[in-house]
Design a protein around this ligand. Structure first.
Ligand code: SF4
Ligand code: SF4
Length: 426
């Protein structure tokens, strides 16, 4: 076991550097809004207001070593409610980066290392050739077994395609049939899209490890791959942090990206409005209830409420307005579920579930049968806390429900549906 000592950060100085001009950490009102709305408050005997006060008091050694920084998901809800606009998550990022590598949670470090180990940039270490094989294999099977999709394509390295589509490694690695509903949607709307053998994967835990150089390196591979193919849009599929790490990094590092970065959610809404995705809620004759989880990484931290509105537009079209029940609070004020920030990989299961209790209570208060979310980490965390705390709800991707509504969801594509929907006969 290494005896590497954690260097001490001067938090007050760092905090001052991060503040907007004219603002002052000394102006913290100690109002406690940050702490009362933070699901990590109380974990490891810390909360965001305490963190700021300790920084002002110069308690740098305590702050440099507190494991609380691995329980803060950097969701920025504290900043959202703070009257002084204080961004505690930036201090947490600095603190994480300051930890010696061998003292950081090994799951986050390992995911970052795997991401850097291949041209795929896959946090599960899936090689480019294996990704290409899985895609082609699954595509061939669908074309053979679902005649309606005998002409469907899943291009790889197609130069000049409009969309450069990324994929969370979880699908090709462990649930390849979950890629198919996405392909069907592209097929239906006539999208010109491609995967890339390089930089196809979406995850980036290097940011969560606080390793800025590694974060940059991973994003550079993806930016270069998109530029090389000449795609107009880097299209993020249903994964929150992968959007944020790309979007934020391109601005942060001043990278030359000759393309737009978009979330698939905005296209779901656009294609429905244009009539290209003729979804409806006629199937929901039993009035099955749904709620929506707003991923912090694409709502509060990136697009803001506009994408939250798109999420609700799509959901209401899919399930019927009367069958949608919003969580409270919601949109940019929504609580983080506790799956982000690398928490799922950090090995701090008790703390993560304690964090997630607030989300569990939010979900239960809606009495919804299903939670829809366009984020893999939200998906995993809400499933886990549902099982742990005894909830009966299911968590489902948008692509599943879109294809269900259109009557084109294959038998192998129903993993996340409960028996009520899996056996609906659609
Ligand atoms: S919300 Fe802002 S002003 Fe209020 S205690 Fe927290 S950091 Fe200070
Ligand atoms: S970023 Fe989120 S988890 Fe971290 S202190 Fe702020 S509200 Fe709490």
């Amino acid at each position: 076991m290494s005896e590497a000592k954690t260097p001490t950060i001067n938090f007050k100085q760092k905090a001052m550097e991060l503040l907007p001009e004219g603002a002052s950490f000394d102006a913290c009102l100690t109002c406690g809004l940050c702490s009362s709305g933070c699901p990590a408050s109380g974990l490891e005997n810390m909360d965001p207001r305490k963190f700021i006060r300790m920084a002002m008091l110069g308690m740098d050694e305590e702050l440099s070593t507190t494991p609380w920084v691995w329980t803060c998901t950097q969701c920025k809800r504290c900043q959202h409610v703070c009257p002084m606009n204080i961004d505690i998550s930036q201090l947490v990022f600095l603190a994480r980066g300051n930890w010696p590598k061998d003292k950081k949670p090994s799951g986050i470090v390992r995911s970052c290392e795997l991401t850097r180990s291949t041209d795929s940039t896959s946090a599960m270490g899936l090689q480019p050739d294996d990704f290409v094989f899985v895609v082609n294999d699954v595509l061939e099977e669908v074309r053979e077994t679902q005649p309606q999709f005998k002409d469907m394509v899943a291009p790889i390295d197609k130069k000049g395609a409009h969309f450069f589509v990324n994929q969370n490694s979880r699908e090709p690695m462990s649930e390849p049939d979950e890629m198919v509903p996405l392909w069907k949607i592209f097929h239906l709307v006539g999208a010109d899209w491609t995967y890339s053998s390089k930089g196809w994967a979406a995850e980036n835990f290097c940011m969560f490890s606080g390793d800025e150089a590694a974060w940059y390196e991973v994003i550079k591979t993806r930016v270069d791959a998109t530029n090389e193919l000449g795609c107009a849009v880097w299209l993020n599929t249903e994964c929150g942090h992968s959007y944020y790490t790309m979007w934020n990094a391109i601005n942060r590092f001043g990278m030359e990206a000759n393309f737009k970065i978009e979330s698939l959610v905005t296209y779901y809404a656009q294609w429905i409005r244009e009539g290209k995705l003729p979804v409806n809620s006629d199937w929901n004759t039993k009035n099955i209830k749904f709620t929506v989880q707003d991923p912090c990484q694409i709502v509060r931290k990136a697009y803001g409420d506009s994408i939250a509105d798109d999420l609700r537009f799509v959901t209401k079209k899919l399930v019927g307005e009367e069958n949608f029940i919003d969580m409270q609070p919601n949109r940019s004020a929504n609580y983080c579920c506790g799956g982000g920030g690398g928490f799922l990989q950090a090995g701090m299961t008790d703390q993560r579930r304690a964090y997630g209790k607030r989300k569990f209570d939010q979900i239960m208060a809606t009495q919804a049968d299903y939670v829809l979310t366009p984020c893999h980490n939200c998906h995993s965390q809400m499933e886990d806390i549902g099982h742990f705390y005894g909830g009966q709800y299911q968590v489902v991707h948008f692509w599943t429900l879109i294809c269900l509504s259109l009557g084109i969801l294959g038998e192998n594509e129903r993993t996340y549906l409960g028996p009520d929907l899996a056996n609906l006969g659609l």
